[in-house]
Write a protein that binds this ligand. Structure first.
Ligand SMILES: [Zn+2]
Ligand SMILES: [Zn+2]
Length: 689
């Protein structure tokens, strides 16, 4: 009789088969009421699933114990809402045929054929949503029934939908000997759909939903086949969660770095240059340079030294490092010298042979560098090192090239050339822990300065059951403990993830949450026992013997492209003064104050500020709007009265009214101080804001 193991490790025994719902009820009335599904031996099932043998069971409820929405519950709710939507569409558009409707990470869709009748438009959404609300209010149970495959196929053929027949055929190819249906209510009476499930127990458990958009699609994604309409929607356990999601979508649209990048002229992607290759325009270059200056200043304080290395390296270098040919799918193809190329052409060498001989190392060539590490390693190896001059910390904003499949290329987050905030630390075994701490304190400082206070770290550790790892297990123990300790010093949530270490060392990853709650995976700090071995690196120890150094790779912000893309969305394009491409715009009210405006503009520039002057004949309201459209942090409005009293009327971006008046010198000085202190001091404090 079934022995059921619960998530807390306790075991419940039943005299006869039970449903997951009955087990939930035996645990408590609250759990039974909240339950929407069950996980049986890790597989998501209906709450009505019968448990007739020993298994592990977790009851799925909409809220996770540690807070937040449960992903399995959302899956069930969204998939169930897709059924309700399909029924509503068939009620309002009886001619349609259903094709396929899966849940998604943020909602669900259903592909539907509207052929031979009225098409759907978003104008139909309110009527559809009303019909869906009616079905939800009826709180009909999702009722599963099964038929043997042959009998099920007969039924589907009689119903005459080639789409459903095809779905069923594919289910059988995948090994199903039965076909299952879910009736929304009573089989034979209510609407039903061929489906594997699982679902929430009844339509009333769908908390809140919304239809979001329409798109066109093709059957099986093949444009030679039937043209379909994809109806998108989303659903949540509560109205509050749905409202928060819709607000977030709205905010995300306003903050899209691809849109803002164009509007604020921050970067450009040009078909003639190539997909995924970012052109940093003057405005974006300022943001990047300011960030690089900030990072470089801090690195200098931490004892890093700067290096520069070329964008290509010989294939042999990457054979030694192991980057070639193993990762060739994610690299641009090799570059071959002229002489070699003409010789190969004379021999009649085919492309296949060429690739083969390159891989075997019979032909040498160059590679656009996919990583900076091998170059830095050769710098370290170019001079002898004593234990006294360790660690050696080499940093470079190093540009690397990787072959991303096209597709989503179009912004700064998926690119084919990018510049890492890279550095390699060559250290003694006993220095690893301190170096990790140093890396993380830098991350903390930079995130803090940027106001990105919500981030978490993931510590990737060995899989205890695997033997693939290189290096001494005792050193691994120490390095893993050092990663944990360093992560703890940040004072932010961190998770330990066994099995997520690379084969050559443990690592720390950073995931930052932007102001609207989305997560961005940034960079990493990685301990490496492998490359020092492959390149036979050494230093002379206190014992006068040669020792192997440990390497730490660190690019905590990932790449300048991704980081700036993330910052554009984080700030919604309204950068703080120190990062803003244009920091202050001087706006004379009329010709009469032009001379004074020019004097102020010159003084701001002399103080090192990126100031501009709007001498157009526009009315002042128009000038203020132009500056606001470009999200310039400060405007200095000057009229004849300001000129007389040597004052400036200050406006700050995002604040409707004037901040107030301030003296000429106090304004210039205040802005310069805000810039140099990267926002720690602000000119606004003069106005008490
Ligand atoms: Zn279903
Ligand atoms: Zn590296």
């Amino acid at each position: 009789m079934p022995r059921i193991t619960l998530p807390d490790g306790s075991v419940k025994e039943f005299a006869s088969p039970v449903t997951a719902a009955e087990v939930a009820a035996s645990i408590g009335a609250g759990l039974a009421k909240a339950a929407v599904g069950a996980k049986v031996d890790g597989e998501l099932r209906d709450l009505s699933a019968v448990l007739d043998r020993d298994c592990a069971l977790a009851i799925v409820t909409p809220k996770k114990r540690e807070g937040g929405a449960d992903a399995d519950a959302l899956f069930l709710i969204r998939h169930s809402t897709a059924h309700v939507m399909a029924e509503a569409i068939q009620n309002l558009f009886p001619h349609v045929k259903l094709v396929y409707g899966p849940p998604l990470e943020t909602g669900f869709y259903y592909d539907i054929s509207f052929e031979g009748g009225k098409a759907i438009s978003t104008d139909d959404f309110p009527a559809l949503e009303a019909e869906m609300a009616r079905i939800v209010a009826e709180n009909r149970p999702f009722t599963r029934y099964e038929l043997p495959a042959a009998k099920g196929m007969e039924k589907l053929r009689a119903e005459g939908s080639k789409f459903k027949v095809d779905n069923a055929e594919r289910a059988q190819e995948a090994g199903s000997t039965t076909l299952s249906w879910y009736a929304t209510g009573t089989p034979g009476t209510n609407w039903e759909d061929l489906c594997r499930g699982p679902h929430v127990p009844s339509t009333g458990r769908i908390g809140a939903f919304k239809l979001t958009s329409l798109a066109s699609s093709y059957w099986k994604g093949d444009e030679r086949l039937d043209r379909l309409t994809r109806v998108y929607g989303t659903a949540f356990a509560t109205k509050e969660e749905l409202a928060a999601h819709l607000t977030q979508l709205d905010e995300a649209k306003k903050r899209d770095h691809r849109v803002l990048g164009r509007q604020l002229r921050l970067f450009h992607i040009d078909e003639m240059v190539g997909q995924g290759l970012i052109l940093w325009t003057p405005n974006g270059s300022i943001v990047r340079q300011e960030l690089q200056n900030f990072i470089s200043d801090e690195l200098r304080k931490q004892g890093y030294t700067q290096v520069f290395t070329p964008h290509i390296g010989k294939l042999d270098l990457y054979r030694t490092s192991g980057h070639f040919p193993y990762y060739r799918e994610s690299q641009y193809p090799p570059i071959i010298e002229h002489d070699q190329l003409s010789m190969l052409a004379k021999e009649g060498c085919t492309c296949g042979e060429l690739a083969n001989r390159l891989e075997k190392g019979e032909i040498d060539g160059y590679l656009l560098k996919p990583m900076n590490c091998p170059h830095h390693i050769r710098i370290f190896a170019s001079a002898p090192h004593s234990y006294r001059d360790m660690p050696v910390r080499l940093s470079e904003f190093g540009t690397v090239y990787r072959w991303e499949q096209s597709g989503e290329i179009g912004g700064m987050t998926r690119v084919r050339g990018f510049t890492q905030d890279d550095a390699h630390l060559f250290c003694r075994e006993d220095q690893v822990a301190d170096e990790l701490l140093g890396c993380l304190s830098l991350v903390k400082l930079i995130f803090g300065t940027l106001g990105m206070n919500e981030y978490r770290v993931r510590v990737g550790l060995r899989d205890p059951d695997s033997a693939k790892y290189v290096g001494d297990p005792r050193n691994w123990d120490k390095a893993e403990e050092a990663c944990r300790t360093a992560a703890r010093t940040l004072g932010v949530p961190f998770s330990e993830e066994p099995g997520e270490a690379a084969f050559y060392g443990p690592k720390i990853d950073f995931v930052v949450k932007d102001v609207i709650g989305r997560s961005w995976q940034l960079g990493t700090v990685q301990v490496d026992y492998n490359l020092p071995e492959r390149f036979d690196l050494s230093y002379i120890g206190a014992d006068n013997q040669q020792h192997r150094p440990v390497m730490i790779h660190r690019a905590p912000f990932g790449s300048m492209e991704r980081f700036v893309g993330c910052l554009i969305e984080h700030f919604a394009g309204a950068f703080p003064l120190w990062l803003a491409p244009e920091q202050v715009r001087v706006l004379p009210i009329s010709e009469k104050s032009a001379a004074y405006a020019r004097e102020l503009h010159a003084a701001l520039r002399a103080a090192g500020l990126r100031a501009s002057l709007d001498e157009s004949n526009d009315r002042i309201q128009g000038k203020i709007k132009d500056a606001s459209d470009m999200k310039v942090p400060y405007c200095a409005v000057v009229g004849p009265r300001d000129a007389e009293g040597r004052k400036v009327s200050v406006r700050a971006f995002g604040i409707e009214a004037n901040l107030g008046e301030v003296g000429f010198d106090a304004f210039v000085d205040g802005l310069a101080r805000e810039y140099r202190s990267r926002g720690a001091e602000t000119v606004r404090s003069v106005f008490g804001k």
